[in-house]
Design a protein around this ligand. Structure first.
Ligand code: ADP
Ligand code: GLC
Length: 471
């Protein structure tokens, strides 16, 4: 099949979170199954230009807000990655969060279709990811309806329902979306234009990134106002767990680590741990206390408030912890304040640091991920593979990948309610496990032997791309 895959982030070129990882890995897994995949993504300012080639003639997109000339660059590997060069939209110091995001990602979406048409890329499937791809799915049903591309199967993946792409309704006119679509069954959501809803309405098939999250988002507690629509589309909604890209995340070959290691030969891990502690300039934990690692966007989603409430008691008893993340200024500030209170026990690194992220997974005894909701979560899977026993709230993809150590196949610690007390209880269980080295190693070993290859997910997407078997 020919698959046109649209994503606002693609690792290693651009990444703020797991979407980048997925868009860097799933298309390749599909290509390995024999499909022809073209990934389309913005040429942001930060994308390294050195290996990219300009190709094709420029295309002019006509929007009521103005004409936009776009050029295409590409990187060719196992899959073709096409970069949309529209400097007014993407040559900026961040990916998201601008007043004209509705227009910027309409440019991404419509350029993806225009380039496919220009290049004779006759897609069987157009696979959009998150709200940034919604205008493409809408255009396939409207302006492109009677073209060859209009016959493509429209697949949409929700990576995070909490980010919806909501815009003032006046943007409809600027974008050329007819007012007749501004209805409850259309693109309207609380009197605004919702890109997320647009995609949910326009796609033939909906997916999200874990089976549990697929169920959760059909309930008011997790549906962010769209649970009714998702229940209505329940038959078309599938949960497919993400995989791990073994080229990037494999402790046996990881270029960021001072020593590599494997489940059967884990001795290099001790060196990763001591170098991590030294490089973060903190004291090692006192005897019998563990080193905790934490990585993630600092947003309400990730449960930083639970950590900030529960961790100090452990630090006072001699545990150590390393935190890496960036995001909400209030959460960054709270972490920095905690850092100032425990300078020898806690290291807080605010920023995006790929190398440190790998070294934290390889050197921590436990990895803490108490997310209030988590569509899939990749970090807990990296932790399992790297031997940093994960501690998670029982939600979304976390509960689909981590099994509590009370079970025979246990590979981590799970707690049921997102409260500081439950978080603290989970940390106490970590200490107990850590003081029983044979048991700790058995739990760790089970995680390291997990199989999170992308092949399984790619096969599941392939089935959905083909559509229901003919009766
Ligand atoms: P989400 O997509 O919600 O942010 P995931 O766990 O799916 O959560 O993916 C997060 C990805 O982003 C992981 O690859 C993680 O290592 C990376 N990441 C997040 N924050 C940072 C950071 N501050 N520095 C380096 N990598 C980060
Ligand atoms: C989102 C989710 C995360 C998921 C990632 C990739 O960012 O928050 O849980 O792993 O997308 O699908």
């Amino acid at each position: 099949m020919r698959i046109l895959f649209i994503s606002s982030e693609v690792a290693p070129f651009s990444k703020t979170g797991g979407l980048g990882d997925v868009a860097g890995a799933l298309p390749r897994a599909l290509a390995l199954r024999g499909h022809q995949v073209r990934v389309v993504t913005p040429l942001y300012r930060s994308v390294p230009r050195a290996t990219l080639q300009l190709f094709g003639s420029p295309v002019t997109l006509h929007f009521p807000f103005g004409d936009v000339e776009v050029r295409s660059y590409r990187a060719v590997g196992d899959v073709e990655t096409v970069f949309v060069d529209a400097p007014a939209a993407f040559d900026r110091d961040a990916f998201y969060g601008f007043g004209d995001d509705a227009r910027r990602f309409a440019v991404l979406s419509l350029a993806a279709l225009a380039f496919a048409q220009r290049d004779g890329f006759a897609a069987d499937v157009v696979h959009g990811n998150d709200w940034q791809s919604a205008p493409a799915l809408l255009a396939l049903r409207t302006g492109y309806a009677h073209t060859a591309l209009g016959r493509a199967r429209r697949v949409f993946t929700i990576h995070n329902l909490a980010f919806q792409g909501m815009f003032p309704k006046r943007e409809l006119e600027a974008l050329g979306i007819p007012w007749s679509l501004f209805t409850v069954d259309g693109v309207e959501f609380y009197d605004q234009l919702s890109y997320m809803k647009t995609a949910l309405v326009c796609a033939d098939v909906l997916t999200t990134v874990s089976p549990s999250y697929a169920k959760e988002i059909q309930t008011p507690g997790f549906g962010v106002g769209l649970d009714g629509l998702l229940r209505h589309r329940s038959a078309d909604l599938h949960g497919i767990l993400n995989g791990v890209d073994a080229r990037e995340w494999n402790p046996a070959t990881d270029v960021f680590l001072p020593r590599t290691f494997t489940a059967t030969e884990p001795s290099g891990r001790a060196r990763c741990r001591s170098e991590l502690i030294a490089s973060c300039r903190i004291d090692p934990p006192v005897d019998g206390m563990p080193l905790f690692g934490i990585i993630g966007r600092m947003t309400g989603q990730k449960g930083a408030d639970l950590l900030q409430a529960a961790l100090p008691r452990l630090l006072e008893q001699g545990a150590s912890a390393i935190v890496l993340g960036a995001g909400d200024p209030a959460l960054e500030h709270a972490w920095r304040q905690l850092d100032a209170r425990y300078p020898r026990r806690l290291a807080v690194r605010v920023g995006f640091d790929e190398s440190l992220a790998h070294r934290i997974e390889a050197g921590s005894d436990f990895f803490l991920m108490p997310s209030r909701f988590e569509p899939c979560g990749l970090n807990q899977m990296y932790s399992l593979l790297y031997g940093a026993v994960p501690v998670v709230h029982a939600v979304g993809g976390l509960k689909d990948t981590v099994v509590d150590l009370s079970q025979p196949e246990g590979n981590g610690v799970i707690f049921d309610v997102p409260t500081p007390e439950a978080m603290f209880g989970a940390l106490v269980r970590c200490v107990e496990l850590f003081r029983d080295p044979a048991r700790y190693l058995a739990v760790q070993r089970r995680g390291m032997n997990s199989d999170f290859g992308w092949g399984r997910a790619a096969a599941a997407y392939e089935q959905l791309y083909r559509g229901p078997p003919s009766p």
